[in-house]
Design a protein around this ligand. Sequence first.
Ligand SMILES: Cc1ncc(COP(=O)(O)O)c(C=O)c1O
Length: 386
Amino acid sequence: MSVKSDDKTYIANTYARFPVEIVRASGSLAYDENGREYIDLGSGIAVNIFGYSDKAWIKAVTDQLNTVSHTSNLYYTLPCVTLAKILCERTGMQRVFFCNSGAEANECAIKTARRYAELKGRKNSKIITLVNSFHGRTVTTLAATGQDSFHNDFLPLTDGFLYTPANDIAAFEKLVEENDVSAVMFECVQGEGGVLPLDGDFVAGIEKIARQNDILLIVDEVQTGNGRTGKLYSYMHFGITPDIVTTAKGLGGGLPIGAAMLGERVRDVLGIGMHGSTFGGNPVCCAGAVNIINRIDDQLLDGVMRKSKLITDALSDAEGVVSVTGMGLMLGIETKKDAGEIISKCMDNGVLVIKAKNKLRLLPALNIPDGLLMQAINIIKSACAE
Ligand SMILES: Cc1ncc(COP(=O)(O)O)c(C=O)c1O
């Protein structure tokens, strides 16, 4: 059996895979079918925040597997409520809905916003998202995604979304004046869109206008969340108070979990039977997430900012590099040469890097040792300069 050729035959043809089969991995190192070692700067797309097969996380997960592996949401379980309580205590949010992915967390946020408006007699209100955003692949979260290229093959999408350009507060204000808007949803750093942080003034302006017009503030922290940008959640850099925070990816540390955290204004908007998920709040995923979230402390976050500076200092003025954007350990590197070519060169030299639009996107494990990180950065630097 050949994994690569069987994969091409039997797996739905939706992924452009790199020509590497990962057969084992530990920390920030992955090994292919030939035993070749790679420093992984993608972390399963911002998931493995403590690297592959982290020992403490494995223990938390396996202990839970040996206790209660799965039951339905018709019963109470400890890991799920423990995780919800920690998330609420650390964010000021009031309740959490658990699901299995980022798209599902955003679906919950969207349903909550619609129901919020409905309860106020505002039927058919709209949700504003940003041009160039990414919010998921379900039909509704595709509609929320402000990029036509994701829409075109799947029309008709869910109705009720309006798009406004990032960092243009006048355009946002105009849209609010002209429409009945229930919510605005955005990523503080547009990830798939090219690792582009929003301007602080724009985010503050959105919050102000949202408050004046009874518009819910939904922050999509699927990629930026769980320590990735140097704060527990990236909105914390901007001093705003969201009404809903969605997250997934790094929260589970390698098992599927999504969460929609609901603030005071929406804490009781969803009632019994209005939303649900068979696997949402699964005890094993939640036990792993409790382990992860409890380890995202000031020391780790300081390390994220320090490592971020190591990368930006090394790459900002490097030959062949046009710009470095992003926050913390979510960085985009715009290069003079084609990003795909540079990624291939890096792979040939033992470094795994992924792309966002025309940029290299660095999403290393938050605890990657400095030595390994700099070894990888030097390989990227050489590939950019060649
Ligand atoms: C900001 C953002 N929102 C939502 C999603 C969708 O998450 P998932 O793939 O877990 O459904 C992603 C995935 O990349 C994302 O980056």
